[in-house]
Write a protein that binds this ligand. Structure first.
Ligand code: C5P
Length: 403
């Protein structure tokens, strides 16, 4: 569940910080990307060198890097994270979190984090049971933070009682369980089309287009990460899904794509059609390579390809959600909404052609999501991965409203 997740590991200054190295190692082994943030005191217990070597990223501790004057943005970090884990969380750090005392990078990051926060307290038993700590921890709970209760046992002070930071394996398990439970698309079947289609002229030539498939593959990966059962009907591309749970059905031509979609659409809850389907195919396909010297070939006759999404739109049953993509050059919104109605879609995602970072072969995209009632949501230029999440968020709320 932690594969590809962005985790901020906040470390405060307690002896249990030595266990944070093992915790970091486990997160990295589970496929997470980890940014370590340390309080100034934490560095007395474990070195930033150890943590940066294990995470593969420089540790953030100060607001500025002294020699370069570089400012570390706690806001960006807070937005980047899928989860923030503070382990160990000392009495002082817990008190600052509870009261918003933003005097170090860890607390400012905590206050900016939009993600779920997990807190693994570690302290001596008397500190642990002091009314102020008890109150501060209950305040964190009231903010929605997840407290990973410390275990009982021998403490660094040799006293025996509650206050030992939970073992790294159990902290990893707490996050894993959380993400498993937050699978918002669990039980949903999603059909995604992606990439170009190749329309064969002869055994070595085809009519195709520049679509890379990146947008559709990002949607398939993210939908699978949200627990959906994803079938990706893909034209010829040079990429593979990152998420091994995505089932790929490889096709070449529009007719093959139509056939595959016809097979998977009836059992799908949601279909997202990002493929750049060729509009025309050669009327005739040659069995042998057309010879250059042959002077008879001055034209190739073309026939119209099937409109895959329109045919799915015709057969759409109640409750199914069908999403198309559009790329328009003029009167883009009206044309997109017109297409939405004509093809019986629920949502159409308009790719902006006004931004050079959007569209074919780029890693970024700028979209507007248009609805049947004529309303729309405009988004700024983002990575295709972020756009995939935006689209899935909209689909989820639409699906919940429809069903
Ligand atoms: O009509 P237009 O090609 O602009 O429509 C774009 C949308 O229709 C996209 O979602 C695309 O995947 C889908 N489409 C299709 N079959 C076609 C042409 C487009 O499914 N033959």
């Amino acid at each position: 569940m932690l594969k590809g997740k962005h985790i901020i590991l906040g470390i405060s200054g307690g002896i249990a910080a030595y266990k944070s190295a093992a915790l970091l190692r486990l997160f990295v082994k589970a496929g997470a990307e980890v940014q370590v943030v340390m309080t100034p005191n934490a560095k007395q217990f474990i070195t930033p060198v150890t943590m940066s070597a294990l995470s593969g990223k420089p540790v953030v501790s100060e607001f500025f890097t002294a020699n370069t004057g570089e400012w570390h943005s706690h806001v960006d970090l807070g937005l980047w994270a899928d989860a923030m884990v503070i382990a160990p969380a000392t009495a002082s750090t817990i008190a600052k979190m509870a009261n918003g005392v933003a005097d170090n990078m860890l607390i400012t990051t905590y206050l900016s984090a939009k993600s779920p926060v997990f807190v693994a307290p570690a302290m001596d038993l008397d500190m642990m049971r002091h009314p102020s700590t008890v109150r501060n921890i209950s305040m964190l709970r009231s903010y929605g933070n997840h407290i990973i209760e410390p275990a009982e046992g021998e403490l660094a002070s040799h006293l025996v009682g509650k206050g030992r930071m939970e073992e790294p394996e159990n902290i990893v398990k707490a996050l894993d369980d959380f993400f498993r439970a937050s699978k918002s698309l669990a039980g949903k079947k999603i059909l995604v089309t992606a990439g170009p289609t190749y329309e064969k002229i002869d055994p070595v030539r085809f009519i195709g287009n520049y679509s890379s498939g990146k947008m559709g593959y990002a949607i398939a990966d993210h939908a699978a990460a949200r627990g959906a059962e994803v079938t990706l009907v893909s034209g010829p591309v040079a990429i593979v899904p990152e998420n091994p749970a995505v089932k790929v059905v490889s096709v070449e031509s529009a007719r093959e794509m139509l056939e595959a979609c016809g097979k998977y659409f009836p059992s799908s809850d949601i279909a997202i059609m990002t493929a750049a389907v060729a509009d025309y195919a050669p009327a005739e396909t040659y069995d042998h390579k057309i010879k250059r010297e042959k002077d008879g070939l001055d034209q190739i006759s073309l026939v119209k390809n099937p409109d895959i999404i329109a045919s799915l739109g015709e057969h759409k049953r109640d409750g199914q959600i069908l999403i198309g993509f559009a790329l328009e050059t003029d009167d883009e919104f009206n044309n997109a909404v017109d297409k939405l109605h004509r093809k019986n879609l629920d949502i159409i995602v308009l790719n902006s052609l006004r931004n050079p970072g959007a569209g074919f072969r780029t890693d970024t995209n700028q979209v507007s999501i248009c609805f049947r009632d004529g309303s729309r949501k405009d988004y700024p230029l983002k990575s295709k991965s972020e756009v995939a999440d935006d689209i899935l968020d909209v689909i989820e709320s639409k699906y919940a409203a429809n069903n």
